[in-house]
Design a protein around this ligand. Structure first.
Ligand code: GTP
Ligand code: SPV
Ligand code: MN
Length: 659
């Protein structure tokens, strides 16, 4: 039992922790964990006492119970539930959500459920995501004409204190506070980071069990010296008995996703969705992660990691940064269209990387434990490995349902009869059946092509880094950086068409340096500098850097490149190039923007593509492109832009003149 001064129900932790700062399970007596579901969420649920046998001894260090104590004192939950991460607990929480109509079972599959959110809570909210530090310049560069929210949003500590004061006190009244101990990265690895998330959302608790290593295993490795990130999350909808509760509680008017990197804190209010609420993901692993990485000389990036083996059996690892909804999950799980090639998945969204002093390589780990992937567009043809994962142990959000207890989304295949759309209404066949940012949340272990080293605490050695985005016009299928600084410039100058993963409307081309614009936890100029600094290191094997674009369109608006499994052709060329030193070779030649493939040096067997269109470099387009990038840098980074980046821009502009 989690012993709490003799009291069995963890009703009001602060009272209890003032007596005793450890929770202990009694080794001799079989311990009992008691959930009082009767009071959960104030709804009319029959009393349902669950007793779990737990023979382990767990002592939670005082600095951690103090945080839980503080969270409960401020938020005033009706109950506190410390998550052990067990299957029984997961099933209980899912059942609770089903009873409350927050989740629907999908009997067509094994252990799968569907959740429908409030239509106002469907994606990350970048405009309401802030980073608070004492010094504004630690977050916002000295742009000459800064565009609001173009880089990070900063808030002063005083202002944030006020904003939090208007939101958190009493915010969990009537609800249960779930305490989620989690590890980003394998439990106990020196590269991993611990977080403790207090949340009033059972959806978050079950999702965190899929996406992170969560529960008792984490509690067991905590000691008095363990650094941890304090994560506090509320849906922002305390239960007031007079008020009709929304099925998906949230508070869109008051949503605020805030970060205090200096004290390792994340405070998120008002949204239950994805990156807003699963605080290990974008908030910890990227925003606080990049802040820590800057201080500790490593990299926390919005990147997939894959292993690629050629027909001769040579294996390499590649990391790739594409903005949200631009193809990371698909590339990370790709089924190659070329015979003899193999792709294995290490991660699909986040990479933590550091140079390994023994091998000299940049080693990468995936800090996550599951996939929170975009559903629309996922099919047996485009991503059979994702399709093999998602029909067991998966929590779907905002997809459509079929009347035989299955799911449906745009691009999944044949349209079934009798579809219920993501709002829960009969689908009219015209509007979106699934929300464009609808997602599957599924454990990594279900993926049939997980790499054998995906949980290696040392990480995997990276030979190539890819940057890319959705560029319907002007940008060729692939090009390679001339050197490290040029590669850093390519990352810095990334742009991509807006997607449904955040609140941006329309298909505008947005600047998105390193696919990290929404996720950098400190000054973007310093972030560019940090990347450049690795180019100065001795005795390291720098990965080669490339830019890819699967999304170039012809004048009819159709994609010029088949994409998906055929992207192996680009990876084949990239893999060959990692063995070559010279820019020009049998397979490659110089161009104004970087090294590009020769048609004869690129595998086009059995496909028909317009090579000239795919690689055409239009002078006018590149003049505009580089001008826009130069203006973006001046406006938003000002004198925080490292001179090497400006120099690279000037070099490219000179080469473009000769086009
Ligand atoms: P986040 O989870 O938001 O970070 O997204 P992601 O980068 O993992 O993107 P994902 O792989 O889920 O792909 C997003 C959308 O792009 C899906 O609808 C895919 O079907 C589509 N897509 C992915 N790869 C390709 C490709 O090679 N060609 C084309 N045309 N579409 C692609
Ligand atoms: C992204 O937007 O890049 C995602 C989805 O991976 S979310 O977890 O909502 O951030
Ligand atoms: Mn992502």
């Amino acid at each position: 039992m989690l012993r709490t001064g003799g009291n069995r129900v963890l009703r009001c932790l602060h009272r209890l922790t003032s007596h005793q700062h450890t929770f202990q399970t009694n080794k001799n007596m079989f311990a009992q964990r008691i959930y009082h579901l009767s009071t959960l969420q104030g709804l009319n649920v029959q009393p349902n006492i669950q007793i779990k046998q737990q023979p382990d001894l767990v002592t939670v260090p005082k600095h951690i119970t103090q945080f839980i104590d503080e969270a409960s004192r401020v938020c005033k939950p009706a109950n506190i539930h410390i998550c052990d991460g067990s299957e029984t607990e997961y099933n209980n929480l899912i059942n609770l959500m089903v009873q409350q109509n927050m989740a629907v079972p999908l009997p067509k599959y094994q252990n799968c459920y569907l959740t429908r959110t409030d239509p106002l809570d469907v994606a990350r909210v970048e405009s309401r995501t802030v980073i608070s530090t004492r010094n504004k310049h630690d977050v916002v560069p000295n742009g000459l004409n800064p565009h609001k929210g173009a880089l990070a949003n900063w808030m002063s500590p005083e202002e944030l204190e006020n904003q939090l004061g208007e939101r958190f006190p009493g915010c969990m009244e009537g609800r249960t506070m779930y305490v989620i101990p989690f590890s980003m990265g394998p439990v106990g690895s020196s590269l991993s980071k611990i977080g403790i998330q207090c949340t009033d959302s059972p959806y978050v608790a079950v999702s965190m069990r899929i996406m992170t290593r969560m529960g008792l295993d984490v509690l067991k490795v905590l000691n008095e010296d363990t650094d941890f990130v304090k994560c506090l999350h509320s849906v922002g909808s305390p239960i007031n008995n007079n008020k009709q509760q929304r099925l998906w509680p949230c508070n869109p008017e008051k949503t605020l996703i805030s970060h205090r990197p200096e004290s390792s804190e994340i405070l998120s209010y008002g949204s239950g969705y994805g990156g807003n609420s699963l605080l290990g993901k974008k908030c910890l692993a990227l925003r606080l992660g990049s802040y820590m990485a800057h201080k500790e000389s490593w990299l926390a990036e919005h990147m997939l990691i894959l292993g690629i083996t050629n027909p001769e059996g040579v294996k390499k690892y590649v990391a790739a940064a594409f903005p949200s909804a631009c193809g990371k999950t698909n590339l990370a799980m790709m089924t190659p269209s070329l015979p003899g090639w193999k792709i294995e998945c290490v991660g699909d969204d986040i990479a933590w990387m550091r140079f390994n002093p023994e091998t000299g390589y940049l080693h990468a780990i995936n800090p996550e434990n599951g996939f929170f992937g975009v559903a629309p567009g996922t099919s047996k043809n485009t991503n059979p490995n994702a399709m093999a994962c998602v029909f067991k142990d998966t929590l779907f959000t905002n997809v459509a349902a079929t009347n035989d207890g299955g799911v449906y989304w745009e691009g999944m295949g044949e349209k079934p009869e009798g579809v219920t759309d993501w709002h829960g209404n009969p689908w009219d066949g015209k509007s979106n059946a699934a929300h464009p940012n609808s997602r599957f949340c599924t454990p990594a272990r279900n993926c049939p092509i997980m790499d054998e080293r995906w949980e290696d605490p040392e990480g995997v050695p990276i030979s190539a880094i890819l940057f890319g985005g959705r560029r319907p016009q002007g940008v060729p299928l692939v090009y390679e950086a001339y050197d490290w600084d040029h590669g850093v410039y390519i990352g810095a100058s990334m742009r991509s068409e807006a997607t449904a993963a955040a609140e941006h409307q329309g298909k505008v081309i947005m600047h998105d340096p390193f696919a990290m614009r929404p996720f950098v936890g400190y000054n973007m100029g310093q972030y560019f500098d940090h990347w450049l600094s690795f180019g100065q290191m001795n005795n390291v094997k720098l990965p080669k850097i490339f830019h890819v674009n699967w999304f170039r369109k012809n004048s009819n608006g159709s994609f010029l490149w088949p994409g998906f499994g055929d992207n192996i052709r680009v990876l084949e060329w990239i893999m060959k190039r990692t063995d070559e030193i010279s820019p020009e070779s049998e397979i490659a030649k110089k161009s104004a923007i970087g090294v590009i493939p020769k048609e004869s040096g690129f595998n086009l067997d059995n496909i028909n593509v317009d090579w000239n269109e795919l690689f055409n470099l239009d002078k006018k387009f590149w003049e505009n492109e580089t001008n826009d990038i130069g203006n973006y840098f001046s406006d938003n980074l000002g004198n925080d832009l490292p001179p090497q980046i400006r120099k690279q821009l000037n070099l490219i502009q000179k080469r473009i003149l000769k086009l």
